[in-house]
Write a protein that binds this ligand. Sequence first.
Ligand SMILES: Cc1cc2nc3c(=O)[nH]c(=O)nc-3n(C[C@H](O)[C@H](O)[C@H](O)COP(=O)(O)OP(=O)(O)OC[C@H]3O[C@@H](n4cnc5c(N)ncnc54)[C@H](O)[C@@H]3O)c2cc1C
Length: 381
Amino acid sequence: MARAAWSDDEVEAVRELARNFFEKEVVPHEEKFVAQGHPDRELYNRAGELGLLCTAVPTEYGGGGGTFAHEAAIIEEQTFAGDGALGMPVHSSIIAPYIAEFGSEELKRRVLPKAAGGEMVLSIGMTEPGTGSDLQNIKTRAVREGDEYVITGSKIFITNGWLCDGIIIAAKTDPTKGAAGVSLIFAEVSDDTPGFKRGRILSKMGGKGQDTAELFFDGLRVPASNLLGTGEGQGFYQMMQLLAQERLVTAVIAVPMMEKAVQLTVDYTKGREAFGKPLYAMQNTKFELAECATITKVARTFLDESIVKHLRGELDIPTAAMTKYWITDQLNIVVDRCLQLFGGYGYMTEYPISELYTGARVLRILAGSNEVMKDLIARSL
Ligand SMILES: Cc1cc2nc3c(=O)[nH]c(=O)nc-3n(C[C@H](O)[C@H](O)[C@H](O)COP(=O)(O)OP(=O)(O)OC[C@H]3O[C@@H](n4cnc5c(N)ncnc54)[C@H](O)[C@@H]3O)c2cc1C
C-alpha cells in the first residue's frame, strides 16, 4: 500500500514494529482471549516495552513524543493483523490525551509514565445504564469532602473495564446543572480498592476478546487533585474537545477493515469455483468488488485528509463527525456485500470476514452513534 501523506520514515518504523508485535505476539493467542473475554494483561507491558503505548504523549511524561500519525499507524496495523482484543486505541489515543491535556502537572508525572510503560491500563467511564448519548444526564455523583471526591454511581460498556487500573470517570459535581455540572475525575483502582467494584465482562456479538465491563462506585474516594481541568464543571467541554479525536480513531479502525474485507474477498472469489469457473469471473462478483473497492478508496482518501487536518490542529467537530459516521456506515455496507460473496463460509466464525462483519457493527454505535454525528453536522450547516 502506498505511504499516506500523513506518514514519514519514523511513522513507518513504528508501523513495522506494531505489525510484528500484533502478528507474532498477539494474534496467535486470539482464541484464548475470546475464551477468557479479555487479552492477557502482560501484553500491555510488552507493548509498553516496545514503545507502542502513548506514542503521542510528550517524552517528559514517558511517552513517545510523537503525534497522532504514530497512533494511527499502530491502530491500522492492529486492525490489519486482526486483533480485536487489546484496548490500545482506547488506552493510548483516547484516554491518555485527557490526562496529557487536562491533568495537573503532578497527575501527568504520576500517571502517564505508567500508562506508557503498560503498568497501568486506562479506561474512560462516560456511559451509564440510564444514559449514553445524552451525556449531560449522567447520574454518577462526585461530592467534594475535604481534599477528596467521594464517587457514587455506575458505568456500563466500559472498554478495558476488566483490566483497567486507571479510570477517567465522568461525574456530576453539580446535579442542579446539565452540561455545566459534569466533571472528569481520574481514579486509580485495583480489585481491593474500597468503594470500587467491577461487574461482569459483558458478552458481545463481536470483539469477544476485548474486555467490556460494568463498573460500580459506592463511596470511592479519590484525591481532589485528580480532577481534570482548572475547576469543576469543565468535563462536558473537555469531552467535546477530545471526542473529535475519538471519532477519528473509529474511522482509523474502520478503513483498514474495509481494505481487508475487499482483499480477502478478491482472494476468496478467485480461488472458489462455481458453475465451472471462479466466482470472480462472474460479472456480479466483479461489479460488487469494483464498487466495494471504490467506496473503500473514497473512504481512505477522506480519512487521510481528516488525519492531515487533525495533525495541523484543523479538524473541526462537524468534519470529525462526518468522517466517523460516513466511513463506519460505508464499512458496514462493504463488509456485508463482501460476506455475501463468501456464501455459507462467510457466516462461519473461522473465516475472518465474519469477524469483520460483527466487529463493524459496533462502530456505528460507539464514540457517539452515527445519528448523533448527523445531529452535530446539521448544527454546523
Ligand atoms: C463495545 C462497546 C464499547 C464501548 N466502550 C465505551 C467506553 O469505553 N466508555 C464509555 O463511556 N462508553 C463506551 N461505550 C458506550 C457507547 O459510547 C454508547 O453505547 C453510545 O454512546 C450510545 O449510548 P447508548 O448505548 O446509551 O444508546 P442511547 O443513548 O440509548 O441511544 C440509542 C440509539 O438512539 C438513537 N439516538 C440517540 N440519540 C440520538 C439523537 N440525538 N438523535 C437521533 N438519534 C439518537 C441512536 O440510534 C442510538 O444508537 C461502548 C459501547 C460498546 C457497545
